[in-house]
Design a binder for this molecule. Structure first.
Ligand code: DAH
Length: 444
């Protein structure tokens, strides 16, 4: 749920090097329904977002579709399942300070450098992120605010917010989703660590089956500045806190199992991922670990040791509320939002779905590199939330010319109204012409 976590070492290196042309200039002026000031404006030299003016450069690939989501803040809309889950998580960490209003517009230093994500790491690419310019992005994870949290002086805190990643299009992927970050630290002193662990262990033992075969090994090591004893104590604290939270979130589930597996993040060591056995499958729910001491030191906390975790909210909300399509969280249809009550998890009752409209698009690829995320982004840019899925249905290489041809099936469906074939034909025509211009493909 770190959603194909791109901060993992094993992250698949993008097959295609340079993202295809992102050069188009949208001149768009978007006014929110509720405010008099424009939320954002994309001009040819700069982007304005909530009063901030950011110069464009060759890195700019931000789109109006994604910028129009910045002020929705689903995690703060009391009836939205995303907010309900956030609050349930917060209620498990009662003495933690909460930060839910950090701006999603962050520097690349915050999103990557401060977290020791290497300069050449695949998670930094233009085809995976929304860049305002080479130094400014829409945050790709709430970890971007760890140092801000530390600077506030709080020793325990949670940060939630909307995060942005360019991605494929299907029922569980959307370019904006939500995460919650947890952070906790203590004096790096064995007796204090022991006392705190004892204090939380005395509170409750979560009634949950925990599978944890992880051991400290060279691939997932102690940091050399830490003693094994201190790391074992802070890790036990982390694992107990997470296991209890999961038990409480899935309160009605009898056969709940939690599995801890080794992972790698540049900002923690040792690191783990947590999976939950729920209704017959393992769900990947969070990433966590012992905080990279360099981050603590950067905040002037040399004598402290900490743990952190980061968790996506959409997938949890989808399974707990039985919500079949990630776009529903964004729906303004009362038949959706009126089903939910703050503080309560109840099953979503589907209302009649509007019929889909399916269109294929095929083209010969040019010599240049092809990047599917860029194609999906462009379709989303033209058609907006009306695209339900984009699926590659044919990939063919001509035996003689060795030219490659792709065919994508685009499924259009609105969550809140009926769409006409004429309307979709018009959108499809626009998609065809923009794809042709932007990617230099030959339409078939
Ligand atoms: N930021 C990571 C992601 O989005 C998740 C994560 C992993 C957050 C480990 C953490 C952590 O705080 O310690 O994939």
């Amino acid at each position: 749920m770190l959603r194909n976590s791109r901060y993992l070492k094993q992250a698949v290196i993008s097959k295609y090097s340079a993202p295809a042309g992102c050069g188009s200039v949208f001149s768009i002026f978007q006014r929110s329904l509720y405010s008099t000031a424009p939320d954002f404006e994309i001009g040819s030299n700069e982007t304005k977002i909530n009063g901030q003016v950011i110069a464009r450069d060759e890195w700019t690939n931000i789109t109006p579709t994604v910028l129009s989501k910045v002020n929705r803040k689903l995690h703060l809309q009391p009836q939205n399942p995303i907010s309900i889950i956030r609050q349930l998580i917060e209620s498990n960490f009662q003495d933690f300070k909460t930060y839910n209003e950090f701006s999603p517009v962050v520097t690349t230093k915050q999103n990557f450098d401060d977290l020791y994500i290497p300069k050449d790491h695949p998670s930094r690419t233009k085809s995976d992120n929304y860049y305002f310019n080479k130094d400014t992005v829409l945050r790709a994870h709430t970890s971007a605010h760890q140092l801000q949290g530390l600077a506030s002086g709080a020793e325990k805190f949670l940060i939630s917010g909307d995060v942005y990643r360019r991605d494929e299009i299907d029922s569980s992927h959307y370019p904006v989703f939500h995460q919650i970050e947890g952070f906790f630290y203590l004096d790096n002193d064995i007796s204090k660590l022991q006392a705190d662990l004892k204090r939380i262990l005395a509170k409750e033992t979560p009634n949950i089956e925990v599978i944890d075969d992880t051991i400290i090994k060279p691939e997932n090591p102690y940091q050399s500045c830490h003693t094994p004893e201190a790391v074992d104590l802070i890790s036990a604290h982390l694992k107990h806190s997470i296991n209890s939270m999961i038990r409480n979130l899935f309160a009605d589930e009898k056969d709940l199992k939690v599995r801890w597996i080794d992972a790698y993040f540049p900002f923690t060591s040792p690191s783990w991922e947590v999976e939950i056995w729920y209704k017959g499958e393992w769900l990947e729910v969070l990433g966590s670990g012992v905080v990279n001491q360099k981050i603590m030191n950067q905040a002037g906390l040399e004598n402290k040791i900490g743990w952190a975790f980061g968790m996506g909210l959409e997938r949890l909300a989808m399974v707990l509320f039985g919500i079949p399509d990630i776009r529903l969280f964004w729906s303004e249809d009362r038949r959706f939002i009126d089903q939910f009550t703050p503080g309560k998890i109840n099953k979503f009752v589907p209302f009649s779905k509007y019929p889909p409209c399916i269109k294929d698009i095929s083209f010969w690829l040019p010599e240049d590199e092809w990047h599917e995320n860029d194609f999906c982004e462009l379709v989303r840019g033209v058609a907006g939330d009306i695209v339900e899925t984009v699926e590659l249905i044919d990939d063919f290489r001509h035996p003689k010319t060795s030219q490659r041809s792709l065919c994508y099936r685009i499924n259009y469906r609105s969550m809140d109204r009926n769409v006409t074939n004429d309307e979709i034909n018009e959108i499809q025509e626009k998609v065809r012409s923009v794809v042709q211009d932007e990617f230099n493909v030959k339409l078939r």
